[in-house]
Design a protein around this ligand. Structure first.
Ligand SMILES: *Cc1c(COP(=O)(O)O)cnc(C)c1O
Length: 239
């Protein structure tokens, strides 16, 4: 344990490493947003994080978002769904999530749109893309993304596409990890050329505690960091 093994110390270290990665990549330090991932951590941890100025949190279950949204109602926090979303949970996401980064199929877009219409609101979404061949990873195949974006643009106006999200392969080889991030950026660059109306592709959510520096070097605009800020998780993570 080092002297600054507190949430404040860990957060400061991550922010420093983000700045350094931006510098190495010749990018502006403000061009990468940190999304702290609070899944599995309780209200005390959220309160501590709030004290450090964090207001937007990544979660992977609608049920956990519901509990935390209720506990912190009126505190101005935003809950971002980053985990796989079952179609039958679309209602919960449409009510409680500020944003969904795991949109990966038409059936889910359809369910979210209907629920959002009922709620009378729009929802920022990122399309989750599969950039590795690991069977356990969710996400859309890269070649499916263009027709999917066109469909959202024409049929689901409550869904505001802001960009793409991916999880890299879980590999000790940084070249394999980097290739996933690069594939997402190149996919985005190609899609931008298509100029699909109403679709923004400015954001690339990629990079987690173990690989965010590679992601920043490959163009990430948002890193999702859990354990490096909150500590080790004590129960299994389905992703
Ligand atoms: C849990 C999770 C993260 C954060 O993982 P850490 O390794 O703890 O930083 C990022 N993205 C997704 C989709 C996750 O489920």
């Amino acid at each position: 344990m080092t002297a600054d093994d507190t949430m404040a110390g860990r957060l400061a270290q991550i922010q420093q490493r983000i700045r350094e990665a931006c510098e190495r990549a010749g990018r502006a330090p403000g061009s990468v947003t940190l999304l702290p991932v609070s899944k599995t951590f309780g209200e005390d941890a959220i309160r501590e994080a709030m004290g450090l100025g964090l207001t937007r949190f990544g979660e992977n279950k609608t049920q956990e978002i519901r509990q935390k949204a209720a506990a912190f109602e009126g505190d101005g926090l935003q809950w971002v769904l980053i985990g796989h979303l079952q179609t039958n949970k679309a209602k919960d996401a449409a009510r409680d999530a500020a944003e969904v980064q795991s949109l990966d199929r038409v059936e889910l877009a359809d369910a979210l749109h209907r629920r959002l219409q009922n709620e009378g609101r729009t929802l920022d979404v990122l399309v989750q893309v599969k950039t590795s061949s690991e069977p356990s990873k969710f996400g859309m195949e890269p070649q499916e993304v263009s027709p999917f974006l066109r469909r959202i643009a024409s049929e689901y106006p409550t869904l505001r596409v802001q960009g793409l999200m991916t999880l890299a392969v879980n590999s000790p080889d940084p070249n394999e990890v980097r290739a996933c991030f690069r594939a997402l950026r190149e996919l985005r660059d190609g899609l931008v050329q298509e100029n699909i109306p109403g679709v923004s592709l400015d954001r690339l959510s990629m990079g987690m505690s173990g690989d965010f520096e590679l992601a920043i070097e490959e163009g990430s605009t948002e890193v999702r960091i859990g354990s490096a800020i909150f500590g080790a998780r004590h129960y299994p993570d389905p992703q």
